[in-house]
Each structure stands twice: as C-alpha cells, then as structure tokens.
Design a protein around this ligand. Structure first.
Ligand SMILES: *Cc1c(COP(=O)(O)O)cnc(C)c1O
Length: 397
C-alpha cells in the first residue's frame, strides 16, 4: 500500500472527507485547475485561434487517446477521444451491426447501465430493420450468445453490484459465434488491469470522469481493433473524423485510423484537464493497484459485516469477480447515504435500495476505510438516517 502514498499527494481532497465515490466522479488531481486556467488565459486568451497550432490543441485528442490506450492495454493510435460515452456506444454498436448485416439480435444483459440499453433501443428504431435487444441476467449472458447475435454489448463491471465479466472468456465465446464484441469499460478503466488489445474484442468504449479523474463531463473514448478499423463505418460522419478535415471536401472520406470515430470539434479545456489528470498514472502498476483495491474493499466489507448487520452485501463476495466497488442493500439506503455524506463519508445511492462505495487506492488509505466503517456503524446503530432532512431526494442521487 505504501506505493500509493505518492499518488495520494497528487490529489486535492477536502479536509475531513473520505471519498468513496471516485467510481462515479473522480476527485480533482492537482494541476488540473492550473492547466485549465492556462488554456483559457494564456492560450485562448492571448493566442486566440492560433492556439490550435501554437498550443497543440489540434493534437490533444490523439495525445489523450494514447495515454488512455496505455491504461486499457491497447496499442498507440487505437483510441479516439471526444463526445460522451453514450455517443461512443452508439457509434460502436452502429459499426458492429453493419459488420453483421444478416443478423438481427443485439445481446446485452440486465446489469448494463441504462444509457447503453437506451442507445441500443434508439439505434434499433432508427435503423427500423427488425432488430431485437436481448437482456438476460449477467450470469446467463455467455450462454445466450448464439449465431443470431450480431453484436454483444456488455459493461464489464456492473455499476450497481460491481460484478465483473471475464473479458477474455466472453470475447472468445462471442467470436466462436462470429458475433462482434463491444466492451464498455466505464467502471473498469483505471480500476482493474485491462488487456483489450489481447482480448481481440472489436470495440471498447469508456468514460474518463470516473476512475480516470478527468472531471465532470470529461470526454469519452473509443477503441477499435487496428486490423478492422479501416473497414468499419463510424456511423457519425463528422468533419473531425474525415481523412483531411481542412481540405473541406464536399464528400465524407473517413480517416484511415481510429480517428474516424471522432465527430466534431474537441472540448479543448476538458481534454487539457484530462491530459493533466492522466499524469497521475505515470508509473502506476495496475496489478499493484488492483491488489490494493482488493485489500481496501475486503477491509470495508469485513468492517460493515461486523458493525452493520442491517446492511446486506449485494456485491460478489469473491473479490476476483468484483470490480473496485462494493454495494449494500438497505431499505432506507437513500437516507442512510445522506446521513453518511453529512458526516464526511461520500458514497452514493442507486435505486431502488443500493448504497454504493468505490475504492480508489490512488488516494485512499486503510485509515480512511476504518473511519468510513466507524461513521457508517454510528449512522446505523443510532438510526441517524431517520432524520427528516435526509428523506427528500435531490435531483442527482
Ligand atoms: C457512467 C456510465 C455511462 C455514462 O454515459 P455518459 O454518456 O458519459 O453520460 C454510460 N455507460 C456506463 C456503463 C456507465 O457506467
């Protein structure tokens, strides 16, 4: 664990807070605010439009893509950045369906994050060709991969329970049925070691504001397997994905690399903040990070089990099939989470009754875990959640 003392110093966490929600919005790394300010004041402010060249704005998406590639086990040049994850899901799925024009089934699972399923439903309506979306239970999904399936669209780590799919095995099964494999790495990137290149999956997508700490609304990413990228349709034919955007051709001609999945003008300020945030990962060994995350989450589970009998673990007990988060069900989970947050321990709540806690060893220590358990035990033992002030739901839960 001592390896991470250095990374802890790279974050600006408020005094007295134990932050167990980096799985939803990572905290602010040091240097990001200064970087954003520099982009605005020096680059935008003084160089104006020249900054696209003078400050290297035009190459930012590619630089950030390469930094992300390193974290997901993908080769340089295989990751495009920009837009939001929902858009990247749309593009990957649309591309995948065109790769299997004779098939009509999209396979996901009932543990997937709603937006992934909504995007699939919207795309099916748009195409209007009789597509069917199947969402079996996560544990049944591998056996549901039949030769009717065009694309398998799965999120590796379940946002509610932390249950984790085996990327290598599921991808192997998808390919055995000649289906296209798309992985959503929203709760994986920066949380668990990834070998996307080795897996052979055609596509992977993810966001950067969770464990990658890029800040609210930070751009998403899309990986496309290098050997297929020249032949896949990026679905959204924007000028930034054109082979030569500034040739101003009247006809779309996609870029010969993953850059074809870019759409419009990149969000420069967010990308610059993200580029700075990704420096935190320099020298971080993902296997060591994973080991530390398991140590922290096991400590938390043991403490909660001992001191909070009213909470039921809904995450897998086996850390090897669990991502970097732990969830407990409790009928008054929303109010209990509000009471906990009011006492400086920040986790979150997911409907209908789940109290969710994320573990990011970059900035969390065992002492933080012990303190979180102690405060949670107090909230539960004294039923502090009964206080009326914790009952009203805010717009964001
Ligand atoms: C967080 C998350 C999203 C969010 O998508 P946005 O477009 O960034 O809002 C999508 N899918 C999964 C699986 C997620 O966990």
């Amino acid at each position: 664990m001592s390896d991470f003392t250095a990374t802890r110093a790279l974050f600006d966490l408020p005094e007295g807070v134990v932050y167990l929600n980096g799985n939803s919005l990572g905290p602010l790394p040091r240097g990001c605010a200064e970087r954003a300010q520099k982009v605005m004041q020096d680059e935008w402010g003084k160089d104006l439009i020249r900054a696209w060249n003078t400050a290297g704005w035009i190459s930012l998406p590619r630089r950030v893509g390469d930094a992300i590639a390193g974290l997901i086990g993908a080769p340089e040049g295989s990751v495009a950045t920009g837009d939001t994850l929902s858009i990247k899901v749309f593009q990957a799925l649309a591309a995948a369906l065109r790769m299997r024009p004779d098939r009509r089934v999209i396979l996901s699972d009932s543990g997937n994050f709603p937006t992934d399923l909504y995007i699939a439903q919207g795309l099916m309506g748009l195409l209007d060709r009789g597509y069917e979306l199947r969402t079996p239970a996560p544990e049944d999904v591998t056996d549901a991969i039949t030769d009717e399936v065009a694309a398998v669209l799965l999120t590796q780590v379940d946002y509610r329970t932390g249950r984790m799919h085996d990327i290598a095995e599921v991808t192997r099964r998808a390919h055995a049925a000649d289906a296209v494999m798309i992985w959503d790495l929203a709760h994986s990137a920066g949380a668990v070691p990834l070998h996307i290149g080795q897996s052979g999956a055609e596509f992977a997508v993810g966001c950067t504001y969770k464990y990658l700490n890029g800040g609210p609304g930070a751009p998403a990413f899309l990986y496309a397997r290098p050997d297929i990228v020249k032949h896949v349709d990026p679905a959204l034919a924007g000028w930034m994905g054109h082979e030569a955007p500034f040739a101003m051709d009247l006809t779309y001609r996609p870029h010969m690399s993953t850059e074809r999945f870019r759409v419009g003008t990149p969000p420069v300020i967010q990308l610059a903040a993200l580029e700075q945030a990704l420096r935190v990962w320099d020298g971080v060994d993902m296997e060591a990070l994973r080991a530390a995350s398991i140590t922290l989450s096991e400590r938390f589970i043991a403490g909660v089990k001992k001191h909070c009998p009213a909470l039921t673990l809904v995450s897998p007990r086996d850390p090897l099939v669990r991502g970097s988060q732990v969830s407990f069900a409790f009928a008054h989970g929303y109010a209990a989470m509000q009471a906990l947050i009011a006492r400086g321990v920040i986790g979150d709540f997911r409907a209908p009754d789940i109290m969710r806690f994320g573990f990011a060893p970059l900035y969390l220590t065992r002492d933080d875990i012990d303190r979180a358990v102690e405060i949670l035990a107090d909230v539960m033992a004294r039923e502090l959640w009964r206080d009326p002030q914790y009952q009203t739901r805010a717009a964001v839960t």
